[in-house]
Design a protein around this ligand. Structure first.
Ligand code: AMP
Ligand code: MG
Length: 343
């Protein structure tokens, strides 16, 4: 369906009736169900093939809907909401009794977001209930950033997809937990650590954000422990300059990979000097263009039959941290410094 008022009203009816609708947001497409109905929420896990221990984010359309979802709203949470809501920030707090176990996956906390995209808020209003909505991809594949990608993954598994065009930001929300002793970043997104620190004072960055969790360490954000966002190809992130990159892929070419299946995931404009197939993911010094393109680029690699991919490494500053975090998972944590051996 499109995003006319009557389509939005119909989506609201389906959601109220316990169905599943994929919806656009400013981050990625979400797979939505009534967050207060455990049976409806359980269908999300089945449609996505999502591990049962991975909790969902609850989406609201007015600030006053937050209060009944959590046990209380501390001052620092209210300050974050004032600074960044509506927008791509998810805040975790101890949950209230109305949150079904299916949403929190057995944890005693709940993640809440107030999205900025008008269509998303209209759909929540039309449903008349808060919506649990993880990204609308099959578990493990790149998050969808347009209706076509959503259909590719969800056809035959859900009741409807509402087409609201391309997602503006393109990677998932920043997730911060205020349920522990110190505010902690669990997932980087469009709202950066520096912006959060300005409001919160202190902020810890969870170990899972920039690297792989060590064996046996419990993930603070269950979603971060899974291999994620992965196309079929084997990806390696290559740290270094463009010149280092060219040298590195030249050498890697000698290892016998057939050139037709070998790809570079590079920045705009670099295609002309890279002697293998290229898929671009934004401008080198502009992380917002990278976040907008990344998941589409990962899907494009699959569509073009890529088997081996060497990726240019983004800067990890600001919004770049979100881009690097997703690319790192897509690469199964395979990173090399050009001129050195694989880690
Ligand atoms: P997605 O819905 O695909 O954007 O994934 C939601 C992310 O938020 C996953 O990484 C979850 O593990 C994380 N998350 C949701 N609720 C909680 C919670 N209560 N505590 C910790 N992490 C959460
Ligand atoms: Mg997801």
């Amino acid at each position: 369906m499109q995003n006319t008022d009557s389509d939005i009203a119909r989506a609201g009816e389906i959601l109220r009736g316990g169905g599943l609708v994929a919806i656009p947001t400013e981050t990625v497409y979400g797979l939505a169900a009534n967050a207060l109905d455990g049976t409806a929420v359980a269908k999300i896990f089945r449609a996505k093939g999502r591990p049962q221990d991975n909790p969902l984010i609850v989406h609201i359309s007015h600030l006053n809907q937050w209060e009944r979802l959590v046990s209380e709203i501390p001052e620092n949470a209210a300050a974050l909401a004032k600074a960044f809501w509506p927008g791509p920030l998810t805040i975790i707090l101890p949950k209230s009794d109305i949150i079904p176990d299916e949403v929190s996956a057995g944890l005693d906390t709940v993640a809440v977001r107030f999205p900025s995209m008008r269509t998303t808020r209209k759909i929540i209003d039309a449903a008349g209930v808060p919506l649990a909505a993880p990204s609308a991809n099959l578990s493990g594949s790149p998050s969808p950033t347009c209706a076509r990608h959503t259909m590719e993954d969800m056809r035959g598994r859900i009741d409807a997809v509402l087409d609201g065009g391309e997602c503006n930001f393109g990677v998932e929300s920043t997730v911060v937990t205020l349920a522990g002793p110190v505010p902690r970043l669990l997932r980087p997104g469009a709202v950066t650590p520096d912006e959060l620190r300005e409001v919160l004072g202190g902020l810890e960055i969870d170990d899972a954000v920039m690297g792989k969790l060590k064996e046996g360490v419990k993930a603070a954000s269950p979603g971060m422990k899974y291999k994620h966002y992965s196309p079929k190809a084997e990806i390696t992130i290559v740290r270094g300059t463009l010149v280092d990159f060219l040298k590195y892929i030249g050498k890697a070419g000698d290892c016998g990979e057939p050139n037709g299946k070998k790809f570079a995931l590079c920045f705009d404009g670099e295609e002309s000097v890279i002697p293998v197939n290229c898929v671009t993911y934004g401008k080198k010094d502009d992380p917002l263009t990278q976040s907008h393109r990344l998941f589409t680029a990962l899907r494009e690699l699959d569509e073009r039959g890529a088997e081996r991919v060497f990726a240019r490494c983004p800067s990890t500053d600001g919004v770049g941290m979100a881009v690097y975090n997703r690319l790192l998972r897509a690469a199964g944590f395979s990173v090399v410094n050009a001129n050195e051996t694989e880690e």
